[in-house]
Design a protein around this ligand. Structure first.
Ligand SMILES: [Mg+2]
Length: 164
């Protein structure tokens, strides 16, 4: 059986919402203090991530690093996930997540959902020899149904190709 593709998951702007005009209703979000910063965690995004976990091997790709596992799985009803470490290598000229992502995803199909993809990320994706899909989000609403379904369809297409 072919292995699932990887899905690298950013938190801020994907699960933790910001920049909205009005906060989501309490049935759709929880507020959580993390290192003194108030975060608006989308429960809908959590539910969608749970569904994506059936189709992908999820990995946290976020400046939250191990703190993602401390706060999010319990709130969102998810299992703890592996996470990338960035060793403070942030804010360089290239996108600071690319090095660790390259290493973690080497040789495997991968998708990456993030609100902050730039030209260097798309160049990296084009140059990978494995199937690679970048999925941008609007940080005010985070991971929506449309991205969730697109990711599941993409993963399903890969499985079909592999099985032929
Ligand atoms: Mg982000």
């Amino acid at each position: 059986m072919p292995s699932k593709p990887i899905l690298a998951v950013d938190v801020d702007g994907v699960i933790s919402l910001f920049g909205y005009d009005e906060p989501p209703p309490p049935s759709e979000a929880r507020f959580q203090l993390v290192d003194g910063m108030l975060h608006c965690i989308s429960l809908r995004a959590g539910e969608r991530l749970g569904r994506l976990g059936e189709h992908f091997d999820l990995v946290w790709a976020t400046g939250w690093e191990e703190k993602a596992n401390f706060y999010l799985p319990e709130m969102l009803g998810l299992a703890e996930l592996p996470y990338l470490s960035f060793d403070g290598a942030r804010f360089g000229s290239a996108h600071w997540k690319l090095g660790p992502l390259e290493e973690y995803c080497r040789g495997r199909a991968m998708a990456w959902i993030d609100d902050n993809l730039d030209e260097s990320c798309y160049r990296w994706a084009r140059e990978r020899s494995e199937p690679t899909l970048l999925v941008p989000t609007d940080p005010a609403i985070g991971l929506q149904e449309v991205e969730t379904e697109a990711l599941i369809a993409w993963g399903g297409g890969l499985a079909f190709e592999t099985a032929r």
